[in-house]
Design a protein around this ligand. Structure first.
Ligand SMILES: Cc1ncc(COP(=O)(O)O)c(C=O)c1O
Length: 364
């Protein structure tokens, strides 16, 4: 008998997720480029809808998020019955692992994929299997080679965070085609709205034709509502039924539902966010490359920059930027200790991070 409560085997092996920092001691106006949040902030209509619910917060929200699911379905041309909302897509990532994998099972993901995948697998008691990438991009053949009879789920972030790379439609199809029907493919398209590529498809097409695919989306990125925690899944009736059984009954709070509906309807705000990103991500990539840094070609709202090690390496760069009040993200936890990830921010923030990086590289 233990002297204290003991969690299930494997739980204490989980390396806790550490989010991006948001404060620098002694600096009033911090430039926050560490968490892939929106540069422009939320739609004024979303803010108004959020405030309008203030008088009602003594009421429970609609547990089925019906208005929100209908708004999502309208916007994307989907069936609202095949959508389930989650407290951020994080909740859905965890629930899928808990519902479909357990002790003795395996969960496959790409080596530099989003950190919540191995955490979700381990929380469920399953074994996360990290598959090496090619040129910092998910490798379909490698992923398929690691799928066996114990593989219950394959998580694919497309585009991927933190590398910023993506798999084209045909490659995702090839991945799905190679999976057993009993293995669930989770396509996490958190950054889909930023992608301007003809060969990209967020997963809707695959979900429509298969029982073993689910697509995850979020309001945290282009819709700029990260603090409200709203995500959604689109999948076959069977998968949606399972998620509805295991999710929190009132998992999307009242003002969050209202704000998300308003954000969806403000198409102009989304366009502005996309246009801003289309200008400033390539600008950031070009400027950093012209300083001699290796920047992984990206399709979302952040870039992965290779600094290397030593005096001009990633740790030194991160600390230098932090000393200037600029927060970026260290990548050691993702197996990329020589890199830093920088989120696309406002114009002045982009100019500040490039100027500070140039100073860092010049300083002796
Ligand atoms: C690939 C990916 N999936 C999911 C999430 C989580 O998003 P949410 O805020 O909806 O939980 C993130 C957040 O950074 C992400 O990068």
């Amino acid at each position: 008998m233990s002297e204290h409560p003991v969690p299930r085997p494997g739980i204490l092996d989980i390396a806790p997720y550490i989010g991006g920092e948001s404060r620098v001691a002694g600096v009033k106006r911090v430039i926050r480029l560490a968490s892939n949040e929106s540069a422009l902030g939320p739609s004024p209509r979303a803010l108004e809808a959020y405030r309008a619910e203030a008088q009602e917060i003594f009421r429970y929200p609609d547990g089925g998020s019906v208005a929100l699911r209908r708004a999502i379905a309208r916007r994307h041309g989907l069936d609202a019955e095949r959508i389930v909302c989650g407290t951020g897509s994080d909740e859905l990532i965890s629930l899928l692992a808990r519902a479909y994998a357990g002790a003795g099972d395996e969960v496959v993901y790409s080596r530099h994929g989003f950190l919540m995948y191995p955490i979700a697998a381990q929380s469920a008691g399953a074994r996360p299997v990290a598959v090496p990438e090619k040129r910092l991009t998910a490798d379909v053949d490698g992923l398929l080679a690691h799928v066996g009879s114990r593989t219950k789920l394959v998580y694919l972030a497309n585009p991927n965070n933190p590398t910023g790379t993506f798999l084209p439609r045909d490659e995702v199809r090839r991945l799905h085609a190679g999976l057993p029907k009993s293995t669930l493919l989770v396509i996490d398209a958190a950054y889909a709205e930023f992608v301007a590529r003809n060969d990209y498809e967020p997963g809707i097409e695959l979900v429509q034709g298969a029982e073993n695919v689910v697509m995850l989306r979020t309001f945290s990125k282009i819709y700029a509502l990260a603090g409200l925690r709203v995500g959604w899944a689109y999948g076959s009736a069977g998968i949606i039924d399972v998620l509805n059984r295991v999710r929190g009954v009132f998992n999307i709070n009242l003002p969050a539902q209202a704000a998300a509906v308003a954000a969806l309807e403000d198409v102009a705000a989304v366009d502005r966010a996309r246009e801003h990103n289309d200008i400033w991500r390539p600008w950031l990539e070009r400027e950093l490359a012209s300083l001699g840094l290796e920047v992984t070609p990206a399709v979302a709202n952040f870039v992965l920059v290779h600094f290397g090690t030593g005096a001009k390496g990633s740790d030194a760069a991160w600390s230098f930027l932090q000393s200037r009040g600029i927060l970026t993200r260290k990548m050691g936890a993702y197996g990329l200790p020589e890199h830093i990830r920088i989120t696309v921010g406002l114009e002045e923030e982009m100019r500040a991070v490039v100027a500070a990086t140039a100073d860092f590289l010049k300083a002796s």
